[in-house]
Design a binder for this molecule. Structure first.
Ligand code: IPM
Ligand code: MG
Length: 354
């Protein structure tokens, strides 16, 4: 079980270190894990002048799974786009072909009060956002900044999805829904966008192969509203790269903190890239206060999806629940009466609970 570990920037190294602690504990128990580290993002740029150094992509491609922290930092924001940390992330996703991004949003009973919404609106919430990750306006060509006929600069991007790209993510989403609550909501902007019209047609056609899954369609603006109005109406949500990026950040706030949400990005087989959905949080980097639970939960998803270790994955998730039940909280989920702990203390507590 070869894992490429890519800590990245900002709080990335701190939170990844805690997930590695958990994996090391499992290795000591006999799980045949082999971890190897490499730089990505700003760290890749600093080391090799490239946010995705060739050796990093090679390591990731040869590994069975990739554990990633986060990328980005203010000091890189003025670099030309190809050198920016985010490009390292987009290129590794594309390079590994991990098109299916699973972003579960789960409200732990202990954290219902930490949500920005009333506890009665979010308690028991369990939704899965399936975000297409290697297409859409993120990757569509052409894109750029050019001079128009009036001599004024204009920026442009291309929103683009092929039928096969839509079909394969739809299958992932229907399969996930069949295993869960049997409901799938496809989110698009078919009232305005051609891309979305094709999206809706293809998802509907794929749906005929899954008669037991109840399919609905929703415009993205309405979905953004429904997520805060009545989030429990959703079971699985499938959507494109751009809408999924936005809606998954929104969904994270239902759970209390963006520091709690893991993700798995899967290819057509069992290869996966696992990362928290949050960013590199440069403002708190190096302070030892970041919440490592999203990354630890991402490692649990890795055990489940890449290594078929369902029991061990559930144990890690159980350990996270246990530390929350013990009242341990990093600052992002801290509330009166709970015990505020550092990044490291949280990781140690999860290992102990394991
Ligand atoms: C995410 C992030 C990335 C994205 C950025 C850092 C490129 O926001 O994983 O959601 O937009 O996909
Ligand atoms: Mg995002």
């Amino acid at each position: 079980m070869k894992i490429a570990v890519l800590p990245g920037d900002g709080i990335g190294p701190e939170i990844v270190a805690e997930a590695v602690k958990v994996l090391e504990a499992l290795r000591r128990e006999g799980l045949p894990l082999a971890l190897e580290q490499a730089p990505i993002g700003g760290a890749g740029y600093d080391a090799c002048g490239d946010p995705l150094p060739e050796a990093t992509l090679r390591l990731a491609a040869s590994a069975d799974a990739v554990l990633l922290g986060a990328v980005g930092g203010l000091q890189y924001d003025l670099l030309p786009r190809p050198q920016r940390p985010e490009q390292g992330l987009l290129r590794i996703r594309k390079g590994l072909g991990v098109f299916a991004n699973l972003r579960p949003a789960l409200v732990y009973p202990e954290l219902a009060a930490a949500s920005a919404l009333k506890p009665e609106v979010v308690s028991g919430l369990d939704i899965l956002i399936v975000r297409e990750l290697t297409g859409d306006i993120y990757f569509g060509q052409p894109k750029g900044i050019r001079n128009n006929a009036k001599g004024e600069r204009e920026g442009f991007d291309t929103m683009l999805y092929s039928e096969s790209e839509i079909r394969r993510i739809a299958h992932v989403a229907f399969k996930a829904a069949a295993k869960r609550g049997g409901k799938l909501c496809s989110v698009d902007k078919a009232n305005v966008l051609e891309t979305s019209q094709l999206w809706r047609e293809v998802v509907t056609a794929v749906g005929r192969e899954y008669p037991r899954v109840e399919l609905s369609h929703m415009y993205v603006d309405n979905a953004a509203m429904q997520l805060v109005r009545a989030p429990r109406q959703f079971d699985v949500v499938v959507t494109g790269n751009m809408f999924g990026d936005i809606l998954s950040d929104e969904a994270s706030m239902l759970t209390g903190s963006i520091g709690m949400l893991p993700s798995a990005s899967l290819d057509a087989g069992s290869k996966g890239l696992y990362e928290p959905i949050h960013g590199s949080a440069p403002d708190i980097a190096g302070k030892g206060v970041a919440n490592p639970l999203a990354t630890i939960l991402s490692a649990a998803m890795m055990l489940r999806y890449s290594f078929a270790q369902e029991k061990t994955a559930a144990r890690v998730e159980g350990a996270v629940r246990k530390v929350l039940a013990q009242g341990l909280r990093t600052v992002d989920i801290h509330e009166p009466g709970s015990r505020q702990v550092s990044t490291r203390e949280m990781g140690d507590a999860v290992v102990a609970a394991l």
